[in-house]
Design a binder for this molecule. Sequence first.
Ligand SMILES: NC(=O)c1ccc[n+]([C@@H]2O[C@H](COP(=O)([O-])OP(=O)(O)OC[C@H]3O[C@@H](n4cnc5c(N)ncnc54)[C@H](OP(=O)(O)O)[C@@H]3O)[C@@H](O)[C@H]2O)c1
Length: 325
Amino acid sequence: MKALVRTRYGLSEVLEVMDVEKPVPADNEVLVKVRASSINAADWYEMAGKPLIGRTQMGMMKPKSKRLGVDFAGTVEAVGKDVLDFKPGDEVFGGRNGALAEYVCVRNAVVLKPANVTFEEAAAVPVAAITALQGLRDKGNLQPGQKVLVYGASGGVGTYTVQIAKALGAEEVTAVCSTDKVEVARSIGADHVIDYTREDFTKSNRRYDLMANVSGGRPWAECKRVLTPEGTLVILGAPKAGGPLGPLGYVIRVRLASLLSKQKVIFFIAQFNRPDMKILADMLESGKIKSVIDRRFALSESAAAFAYFGEGHARGKVVIEVSKG
Ligand SMILES: NC(=O)c1ccc[n+]([C@@H]2O[C@H](COP(=O)([O-])OP(=O)(O)OC[C@H]3O[C@@H](n4cnc5c(N)ncnc54)[C@H](OP(=O)(O)O)[C@@H]3O)[C@@H](O)[C@H]2O)c1
């Protein structure tokens, strides 16, 4: 089968589509023929071997695993003998390392794809939307009636964060993005949109119960100013630059600066689980969330897709069309 691989760290020129062995499902696994995948920041970091501290996991001099990608949507081709909840032909989506390939074997992080969304729309969801869901619900403890600010609202994670905040009952969601993305932010339900090229949200008099930092790296002194006295800053993402620590450098600076504050700062890494994937499938089916897809690339065009994603200004998700039906 064809898969996206790389044997050294670097920019998108290290990526190649090669023939690799097709996986065989274990007794408790499902073999999925992948129709579509999408790119997340973690894939880009794995390609680049950044931040350097991440190499303790990824491999110091060269990547331990050649494969890339996590998000997938496709059709079940075979199931292991212990799998009772899926059958060949089921349309599914989920997350599994190495998903930028024609086939992937998966155990837990897979659910049925709602019939009313395409494979591309479903493949855009897993990592980005589960990050938004867990960040708002579990880390931000978002309650109905609260006011939420989403900083970096127009990329992959941001577009789901705005929609999921509304779906969880936020009274008012304010999206911060650049001029070109103002319409997108409005179209996904933001009550207010702040164009960060024209207005500095940290200088406004509005206060928020929860600030979701998806992109951008404003100092704690500025973030705390826009939070209510008991408000929470959840750091879903942070700027790529930041020396050997990368985004963690920002997280550490903000955590240290906020030590004596009553307002909370929480950073977390999203974790897949099937109940949360099911919640996202239900939100997709009911129309509470929709995927905003910026550009679509074929698997053979993955290098161009990663280069585009790496510019850091996608309008929603960058999707890879892996195979036809
Ligand atoms: N915690 C986790 O488990 C987890 C999981 C997934 C992703 N993440 C993190 O989430 C972040 C976003 O990922 P993504 O997939 O959404 O990336 P993305 O699709 O590239 O989106 C990035 C967005 O950031 C905005 N942006 C860029 N520079 C900005 C600035 N200076 N100020 C404000 N906004 C800015 C861009 O909007 P404009 O073009 O409008 O500037 C763009 O839409 C990354 O840092 C990633 O590492 C974390």
